[in-house]
Design a protein around this ligand. Structure first.
Ligand SMILES: *[C@@H]1O[C@H](CO)[C@@H](O)[C@H](O)[C@H]1NC(C)=O
Ligand SMILES: *[C@@H]1O[C@H](CO)[C@@H](O)[C@H](O)[C@H]1NC(C)=O
Ligand SMILES: *[C@@H]1O[C@H](CO)[C@@H](O)[C@H](O)[C@H]1NC(C)=O
Ligand SMILES: *[C@@H]1O[C@H](CO)[C@@H](O)[C@H](O)[C@H]1NC(C)=O
Length: 434
């Protein structure tokens, strides 16, 4: 028998051990190519958590502009004075003995261990979910090397500020005044005077994540302005969200240019027609995205900035921590309920401007609004806060905090600390220093 025929007789696997692997690989490649061509047919928006040509801020130097434009402005009413554990203790004591503080928690940080203690015996579900995300977001960043100062601070997670300037504020008093800095998520801001009637120091939401980018080809985008929003309980009948829906029904330009709707109804009074929810990636299928405030600032804004569609933001006084770094006509296009259709029509005639603004917004969101960048923003605020309460670190050293039983490093709420326990330690600490 000739050598050639021998190899012909042996099974393929023996003769060519890598042939099977090649075959499997070929099949795999063919499947991938088919999938890619299908994706091109359907053209789904592409969501990226890491994108080339973009950069994440990872140092205080890179965040300096954000700190300066936002945080420094919040600290202005507090600087040049000193506060201390005594003041914090007195405020806590007054708060706890007064009306239930449904949105306030005490956050305790010692050696990068972070927990929150709600002030109310029965806190709102919203308080728990927002606070859990904050604590989790900060803990995540400690795993990436971020070191927080040892501290204790008050955090308000309601949709408005908590601390009003005492002079002539017509609003009903919402409990004792803030005699030490209190941190919040949203407050109002007067852009022309660069001041606020609320002295809260703003910190980020962590339950809303702004770090993904969404891409969809501009030519394929629908030439309409999309708005999907909730009907908040506190929204007025003449609010901008409902006004936009009216325009879509009754104005010929509105019918042509708007795709607006309410996706969930949290209002007891208003009767609204509900429409389907649109996931954030699918927002990128529309050229223009409307961000209109609800009760106060709309947290969706950060997510919209990450799409390669142009964001139209309603001009209102409500801000989250980073809004003062957003530049009008650079990162977004401003509108009011009176000019919304004119603004969309002007954009329709200038696609290059739209794409430039969309691209700048994506750069902004990717660089500055990641979960880690938010945690750096919090760390910087807490370092400054501690400088205003000179006995803070000495106090935290006094705080006895047993190691958690599990070795996961993630304490359950409280992690063995209680509000009453921390208050007792504070009381003793203050008494000893009398
Ligand atoms: C913390 O990290 C985990 C794991 O990566 C992630 O699932 C979670 O969403 C992060 N939490 C926050 C608030 O960013
Ligand atoms: C901002 O402050 C100025 C000066 O006090 C005032 O005239 C203006 O109405 C304020 N703007 C807003 C939006 O409150
Ligand atoms: C809605 O009406 C109230 C009073 O009726 C007014 O103060 C407010 O400015 C109006 N809001 C808008 C968005 O037009
Ligand atoms: C919104 O909720 C209110 C109160 O529950 C109700 O009267 C109204 O019909 C609801 N609207 C819709 C569209 O569900």
């Amino acid at each position: 028998m000739a050598m050639g025929t021998v190899s012909y007789m042996v099974p393929l696997q023996a003769a060519c051990p890598s042939c099977w692997r090649l075959l499997i690989l070929a099949f795999f490649v063919a499947t991938m190519l088919w999938k890619a061509s299908q994706a091109q047919l359907n053209e789904n928006p592409v969501v990226l958590s890491e994108a080339s040509g973009f950069h994440r801020a990872i140092s205080d130097e890179e965040m300096a502009k954000i700190y300066k434009q936002n945080q420094n402005a919040d600290w202005l009413p507090w600087s040049n004075r000193k506060y201390g554990i005594r003041k914090l203790y007195q405020l806590l004591d007054t708060l706890i003995k007064g009306r239930p503080q449904k949105y306030l928690s005490l956050v305790v940080i010692k050696k990068n261990r972070i927990v929150f203690l709600p002030l109310a015996a029965r806190p709102m579900g919203l308080t728990i979910s927002r606070m859990r995300a904050i604590v989790q977001g900060l803990r995540n960043s400690t795993r990436r090397g971020l070191v927080f100062p040892d501290t204790v601070y008050l955090m308000n997670v309601w949709d408005e500020g908590r601390c009003y300037r005492d002079d002539d504020d017509p609003r009903p008093v919402k409990g004792p005044p803030c005699t030490v800095p209190v941190f919040s998520l949203i407050k109002s801001w007067n852009y022309s005077t660069a001041t606020s009637t609320e002295t809260d120091v703003l910190l980020p939401f962590f339950n809303h994540v702004y770090e993904n980018l969404v891409f969809y080809p501009w030519e394929k985008k629908i030439n309409k302005a999309l708005m999907r929003a909730a009907m908040q309980a506190q929204m007025r009948p003449n609010c901008t969200r409902l006004w936009i829906i009216e325009l879509q029904k009754n104005d010929p330009d509105g019918r042509r240019l708007l795709d607006a709707g309410i996706t969930n109804n949290l209002s007891k009074r208003k009767d609204v027609q509900l429409v389907d929810f649109v996931p954030i990636p699918d927002h990128a299928r529309y050229r223009y995205l409307l961000s209109a405030d609800g009760f106060t600032a709309s947290c969706r804004l950060g997510k919209l900035l990450g799409t390669n569609s142009v964001v139209l933001k309603e001009t209102t006084p409500w801000i989250e921590y980073y809004y003062r770094s957003l530049e009008s006509n650079v990162h977004y296009v401003p509108f009011t309920k009176d000019n919304v259709l004119e603004v969309v029509k002007a954009l329709e005639g200038d696609p290059q401007r739209c794409q430039r603004i969309a691209a700048d917004a994506q750069q902004f969101a990717y660089t500055f609004l990641s979960q880690h960048a938010k945690a750096m923003y919090v760390r910087r605020a807490l370092v400054y806060y501690n400088s205003l309460l000179p006995d803070m670190e000495a106090f935290v050293q006094h705080l006895v905090w047993p190691q958690s039983a599990g070795d996961s490093g993630d304490d359950e709420e409280g992690g063995g600390l209680t509000l009453i326990g921390v208050m007792e330690t504070m009381k003793k600490f203050v008494g000893a220093r009398r």
